[in-house]
Write a protein that binds this ligand. Structure first.
Ligand code: THU
Length: 139
């Protein structure tokens, strides 16, 4: 993907961490996605006292986009780490998020995990979710 798009997405994912609601784990995650129409959406993790009701940053961003009519996603960046500190590790998307990303990004979706603008890795969703299940199997 284009360098400027990647840099912008990483910046926006880092920025979105500030809005994480994570009083239980204290682990702040931010995500930013680029829809195929060029629009950008941010998301953060939103936890709940009933832990299972929590939502990851990636899904927050995807659901914001889809509920706004943007069903095709080209790329998504993720940044996560303990509250009040810069990320020290790459935050890889959980299994449920990988499945949700497949639905709206397909296997070619670009997924960037970043510690900062200079230190990141880029994958295709296919690499993160090989042999995935998709709607084309349901006929
Ligand atoms: N989390 C995310 O936001 N994205 C992931 O892919 C993994 C985990 C959140 C969920 C929870 O609020 C916190 O990180 C600790 O698991």
């Amino acid at each position: 993907m284009r360098e400027e798009h990647r840099r912008k997405l990483i910046q926006k994912a880092l920025e979105a961490r500030a809005f994480a609601y994570c009083p239980y784990s204290h682990y702040q995650v931010g995500a930013a996605l680029l829809a195929k129409d060029g629009s950008l959406y941010q998301g953060a993790n939103v936890e709940n006292a009933s832990y299972g009701a929590s939502n990851c940053a990636e899904r927050t961003a995807v659901f914001k986009a889809v509920s706004d009519g943007k069903r095709k996603i080209a790329a998504l960046a993720i940044a996560g780490g303990m509250e009040g500190a810069d990320p020290v590790d790459y935050a890889y998307p959980c299994g449920i998020c990988r499945q949700v990303l497949r639905e709206f990004g397909g296997e070619d979706l670009k997924v960037i995990v970043a510690k900062n603008e200079q230190d990141f890795k880029e994958f295709s969703l296919k690499e993160l979710l090989p042999y995935g299940f998709g709607g084309d199997s349901i006929r």
